[in-house]
Design a protein around this ligand. Structure first.
Ligand code: NAD
Length: 435
C-alpha cells in the first residue's frame, strides 16, 4: 500500500519503518529540515532498539523516502498518518496547532480521495474538528480514522510489530477493511484489531495512559507507607501482583513516572474533565502523588547529607526509563535538578541519554562515558533509571571509588542482602534501609 507519515519523531519513524518492513511504500514528511536531511544520510537521531537497521534497510530498498514536501507525500499515498507532537500548553490542554496545520495542508493538497489516520494523542472530539478544518479547504472526499498509538519507547519496534491491540476508530466499513489490510502483517499471532467509533478510540488512549500512571502512583504511595511501617514494598508487589485481577505489570515503585506521554496526557484529561464539568479526581491525585514521589526521593538524599557542603553525587541514569535517550519530563532529570538546587555537584552517566540530558540541563552536570568513571571521589551513588547494565555491577569497584559506600536506589535494582554483604549503606524505595 502507499502510505505517508507526517511527523517523523519517535512514533512517526517507528510507524513508517515498520510499515515499510511489511512491504508498503512509505513517504516520511517532517517540517524539520535538519531531521529529514539527517535521515536521508542514515542518521536516525533517536535511540530506539532495532529502529536503525529497519530504517536503513528499507531506505536502501526504496520503500522509505524522506521529504519536507507535504504535497509529495499527499499526492503519492492513499493513507496519510499524522504523528506530529501534541505537547502540553500552559493550561494543561494539548497543543493542537501542528495537527490543525497538517490537516489543513493535506486538504489543500489532496488530488482526490484520501484516508487521514491520526496517531498523535489528541483530545476527544478532535475527529470532528479535523474533519471541519479539512472540509473548509477541500471538496474532495476523505475519511478520518482515529488510530491512537500504544508503543512504548525502548521497545517501540517490538510493540509495533507485535501489538497488544490496534484501535481503529471509524464507523465506515470500507475504511475498516483498508486498515485491516494495512495492519494484517502485524496480526499473525491472531487478530488484535478492535474497531470502534472515533470518540471512543480517542478516549481509549487517554484512559490507558492514566490507568497505567495510576498504578505507578498508587505503588509509590504504598511504598512511602511501607517505609514508615517497616514493610517491604517488593514483597507487597509480589503479593498483590499474583492476584489475576490485579496482574504484575506496572506495579514497580520508584522515583515516579515521566516521559513525553503520561504527564501530558494526564494533564490533558484533567483539562478535558474540567471543561466538561466532570472532575477527574483520580487523575489529579495521580499527578500530585507523582510529584511527591520525586520530591521524596530527592529529600531523602538531601536529608542524609544535612548541612554538609561540597557534596558530590555520582548519578546513574538520566533517561525517563531504560532503553531510550528521551529525557522529556524525566523523573531522573527532575531529581537531578532538585539536587543541583541544593548545591550538590553531579557526575552523571547514562548509556544513551547523556547528550539529551545535557541539552536539558546545560553545563550544570558533568557526564561520563562509563558509569564507573562517574564514581571517582563521589560521596554516594544515586540510581535513577533502570538500565539493565546497572543491575549486576562490580560492587567492590563501586565501593573503592566512592568516598564512602552509599547507594540511593530510586529503582530498587539490588537485593538488600547482596549490598549489605558488599558493605554498603543502601536506601531504596519502600524497603527497609540497609545501614
Ligand atoms: P516527537 O516530538 O518525537 O515528534 C513529532 C514530530 O513532528 C517532530 O519530528 C516534528 O518536527 C514533527 N512536526 C511538528 N509539526 C509538524 C508539521 N507541522 N509538519 C510536519 N512535521 C511536524 O513526538 P512523538 O513522541 O513521536 O509523539 C507524537 C505523538 O504521538 C504525540 O501526540 C504523542 O503524544 C503520541 N504518542 C507518543 C508516544 C511515545 O512514546 N513517544 C507513544 C504513543 C503516542
Amino acid at each position: 500500500m502507499k502510505v505517508c507519515v507526517v511527523g517523523i519523531g519517535y512514533v512517526g519513524l517507528v510507524t513508517a519503518g515498520c510499515l515499510a518492513e511489511a512491504g508498503n511504500s512509505v513517504i516520511c514528511v517532517d517540517n524539520d529540515r535538519r531531521r529529514i536531511e539527517g535521515l536521508r544520510k542514515g542518521e536516525i537521531l533517536i535511540y530506539e532498539p532495532g529502529l536503525g537497521e529497519i530504517v536503513q534497510r528499507n531506505e536502501k530498498l526504496k520503500r522509505l523516502e524522506f521529504t519536507t514536501d507535504l504535497k509529495y507525500g499527499v499526492d503519492n499515498s492513499l493513507i496519510i498518518f499524522l504523528a506530529v507532537g501534541t505537547p502540553p500548553t500552559a493550561d494543561g490542554s494539548a497543543d493542537m496547532s501542528a495537527v490543525r496545520e497538517v490537516a489543513g495542508g493535506i486538504a489543500e493538497q489532496m488530488p482526490d480521495y484520501r484516508i487521514v489516520a491520526v496517531k498523535s494523542t489528541v483530545p476527544v472530539g478532535t475527529h470532528k474538528k479535523v474533519a471541519e478544518i479539512m472540509k473548509a479547504k477541500t471538496d474532495k472526499p476523505f475519511d478520518y480514522v482515529s488510530n491512537p498509538e500504544f508503543l512504548k519507547e525502548g521497545s517501540a519496534v517490538e510493540d509495533f510489530m507485535s501489538p497488544d491491540r490496534i484501535i481503529i476508530g471509524t464507523e465506515k466499513q470500507s475504511v475498516r477493511e483498508t486498515m485491516r489490510q494495512l495492519y494484517g502483517p502485524f496480526m499473525r499471532k491472531g487478530n488484535r484489531i478492535i474497531f470502534m467509533d472515533p470518540a471512543s478510540a480517542e478516549m481509549t488512549k487517554y484512559s490507558a495512559n492514566v490507568m497505567l500512571a495510576t498504578r505507578i502512583s498508587f505503588m509509590n504511595e504504598i511504598a512511602a507507607l511501607c517505609e514508615k511501617l517497616g514493610a517491604d514494598v517488593e514483597s507487597v508487589r509480589q503479593g498483590i501482583g499474583s492476584d489475576s485481577r490485579i496482574g504484575r505489570a506496572f506495579l514497580f515503585p520508584g522515583v515516579g513516572y515521566g516521559g513525553s506521554c503520561f504527564p501530558k496526557d494526564i494533564r490533558a484529561l484533567i483539562y478535558t474533565g474540567g471543561r466538561e464539568k466532570v472532575e477527574m479526581r483520580i487523575a489529579k491525585a495521580v499527578e500530585q502523588a507523582n510529584e511527591t514521589s520525586q520530591q521524596r526521593f530527592a529529600d531523602r538524599i538531601v536529608d542524609y547529607f544535612g548541612k554538609r557542603s561540597n557534596v558530590v553525587l555520582a548519578v546513574w541514569g538520566l533517561a525517563f526509563k531504560a532503553k531510550t535517550d528521551d529525557v522529556r519530563e524525566s523523573p531522573a532529570v527532575n531529581c537531578v535538578k532538585k539536587l543541583l538546587e541544593r548545591g550538590m555537584k553531579i557526575r552523571a552517566y547514562d548509556p544513551e541519554a547523556s547528550a539529551t540530558a545535557k541539552s536539558a540541563l546545560g553545563d550544570k552536570i558533568e557526564t561520563f562515558e562509563n558509569g564507573y568513571d562517574a564514581l571517582d571521589g563521589a560521596d554516594a551513588l544515586v540510581i535513577l533509571t533502570e538500565w539493565q547494565e546497572f543491575r549486576n555491577p562490580d560492587f567492590e569497584l563501586i565501593a573503592r571509588k566512592l568516598k564512602k559506600p552509599v547507594i540511593f536506589d530510586g529503582r530498587n535494582l539490588y537485593d538488600a542482602e547482596v549490598v549489605r554483604k558488599a558493605g554498603f549503606e543502601y536506601y531504596s524505595v519502600g524497603r527497609p534501609a540497609v545501614k
